[in-house]
Design a protein around this ligand. Sequence first.
Ligand SMILES: N[C@H](CCC[C@H](N)C(=O)O)C(=O)O
Length: 288
Amino acid sequence: MTPPWSGIFPDDGRPFVKMHGLRNHFIIIDGRAAPYAPSAAQIARICDVQIGVGGDQLLVIEQSARADARLRILNIDGREVGACGNATRCAAWLLMEEAGTDAVTLQTGAGVLACTRAAALEVSVQMGRITHDWEAFPLTRAVDTADLPLVHGPLSRGIASWIGNPHVTFFVRDLPTLDVAALARPVLTDPLFPDQVNVGLAEVLGPALMRLQVYERPGILTGACGTGACVAVRAAQMRGLVDKGPVRVQMGAGAVTVEIGEDGRTLMTGPVAYSFRGRLPRDMERTA
Ligand SMILES: N[C@H](CCC[C@H](N)C(=O)O)C(=O)O
């Protein structure tokens, strides 16, 4: 079937796949054969749901000397970030489907992550170790990252964690009634975080159950956040609020399971979903 209007809109632009993990949505582009390095303005337009494809992040898969592939994660403002749990699951699933395998390694800013198929549309990722080293973030001054000296309205006693990207987790009550973006915005831009920070509001519902919403850099409320779920479980365990075993983290559209080993290595398992595929307009290639 020839697509209608193909003469008006030539479909020879860069192919993309749109996927999501619990509504955290991504545009995935294969940059292995032909490198793809869009400008910040192009990234913003592609990620804009009203005038582009729509996505919380743009993902570019590249060749890697250290892993099966390299995953580059670009925020909607063009900034490259070191980690994204939901994106890692989606990209891993795509590469496993492509190769007909049940395991794949992905090089990210958090290191080389081992990913495996957990079920037909479910992927486990060994996310690496969570640290609380204030220099890793970086923070503008040395503080107790296990109990941050930061109060923004009802948010206090935050825990700062690094899992390839920076996060702060606050524990709250009645999460569904809160205006998460409004509460988290002043934290995201607090001068303590010169590179901004992803802000998670977590509520413990039981010894192995939490719910979470994350206001992500550069200032978007996402449907779910895989790295945010990992650090929220870690933070809850540090405070003795949940068990040491696997913890389910509910995030609106569903849940991920996070298991943190004795050695601090963090395994995250959760769903992936295919939305659609298509081609970007021709002018989404960088020309200069
Ligand atoms: N949603 C992603 C995290 C993206 C983090 C990014 N917004 C940053 O600036 O670090 C996840 O599933 O882990």
